[in-house]
Design a protein around this ligand. Structure first.
Ligand SMILES: [Mg+2]
Length: 275
C-alpha cells in the first residue's frame, strides 16, 4: 500500500515536471535575445561595420543599396533606410510577456506596448544613427508598425507620435515625423516595403538598408517562397551583405518563420539514417 502511494506521488511529480518542462515556443529565442552577450555583441558588430562603410558609401556617387536604383540617382542627397522593430528598437519585452502569459502574438497587446513608447534601443543602433545624421545622411525609418485608430480617438495614426517619442527617448538626436513611414499610413504602403523603398529612391541615393527581416532588403520574400529560394537570394546578393545591407539577428519572429508550412519540423535537417 505504502509503495503504491509512493509510486502515485512519483507519477504526479513526474507529470508536474513534464508539464512545467514544456516551454513556450519562444522561450529560448527570447532568452537569447535578452540575456546573451552573443546577441549584444553581434548587434554592435553589425552597426560598427555599417559605420565603417558609411564614409565610402557617401563618397562613391555610384553607390546605392537599392538594386533597382539604376540611373539618375548619383547626385541626389544621401539617405539610409532602417527598419524600426528589432533593428532600432528592442521590443523583446512583448515577447517575454507572451512567454510568461503562454500566449502568441496579439495585435492589441502589441499596440498597448507601442503606446508606452518604452522600448530600449538595439545595441549599437543609436550611436550609428546619430553618426549618420551628423554626417549629413538622412535616416528614413520604414516600418511595418500598423497605423490604426485607437479606441474612440479620431487620430488616424497615433502610433506615429508614439514611435517618434520612443526614438527620441532612446537618444536619437535628429528625427522628425517626416522620416517615419509606417505601414498603411498611405495607400499602397503594405507590409511589402518595396513601394516605400521606391518612393525613397525618387529623392535620395539610398546607400544602406538595415533590418532584421529579409523583407527589409528585397521584395517578394515574405510569402509564397521556400527557405531554399530565400537562401538562393542571399547568395545572389552576396556582395551587398556587410557593405550595403546590414541584418540584425532576430530569432523571436519574422518572415523566416511565417513562410514555413506546418508541421515545421519537416524543415529540420537531421543526420542521415544509419546504413
Ligand atoms: Mg523589424
Amino acid at each position: 500500500m505504502k509503495s503504491s502511494v509512493s509510486s502515485l506521488l512519483t507519477s504526479l511529480l513526474l507529470c508536474t515536471f513534464v508539464a512545467q518542462a514544456a516551454p513556450h515556443d519562444n522561450m529560448n529565442a527570447t532568452l537569447w535575445y535578452q540575456t546573451s552577450a552573443e546577441f549584444k555583441a553581434s548587434a554592435i558588430q553589425t552597426y560598427q561595420t555599417a559605420a565603417l562603410q558609411l564614409p565610402h558609401a557617401i563618397a562613391d556617387k555610384s553607390w546605392t543599396a537599392l538594386p533597382n536604383q539604376t540611373s539618375g540617382y548619383q547626385d541626389l542627397p544621401v539617405a539610409i533606410i532602417v527598419d524600426i522593430d528589432e533593428t532600432i528598437l528592442d521590443n523583446s519585452p512583448t515577447a517575454a510577456q507572451g512567454v510568461l502569459l503562454n500566449v502568441g502574438y496579439d495585435p492589441k497587446r502589441w499596440d498597448q506596448w507601442v503606446a508606452m513608447a518604452a522600448a530600449k534601443a538595439v545595441p549599437g543602433a543609436v550611436a550609428f544613427v546619430n553618426k549618420a545624421e551628423a554626417a549629413g545622411v538622412k535616416v528614413l525609418y520604414i516600418s511595418n508598425r500598423e497605423c490604426e485608430k485607437r479606441g474612440d480617438n479620431a487620430e488616424p495614426c497615433p502610433q506615429k507620435a508614439d514611435t517618434l517619442r520612443n526614438l527620441k527617448a532612446v537618444g536619437i538626436k535628429k528625427v522628425d515625423a517626416s522620416q517615419i513611414w509606417l505601414k498603411s499610413e498611405q495607400k499602397n504602403w503594405s507590409s511589402e516595403k518595396e513601394s516605400r523603398r521606391l518612393l525613397a529612391a525618387k529623392d535620395f541615393r539610398i546607400v544602406m538598408s538595415i533590418g532584421d527581416d529579409f523583407g527589409d532588403f528585397l521584395p517578394d520574400v515574405k510569402k509564397n517562397i521556400t527557405p531554399e529560394q530565400r537562401s538562393a537570394l542571399v547568395d545572389k546578393y552576396q556582395d551587398y551583405w556587410g557593405a550595403k545591407w546590414f541584418v540584425l539577428a532576430n530569432p523571436t519572429y519574422g518572415s523566416w518563420q511565417t513562410i514555413l508550412k506546418q508541421p515545421n519540423s519537416q524543415y529540420l535537417q537531421s543526420v542521415p539514417a544509419a546504413q
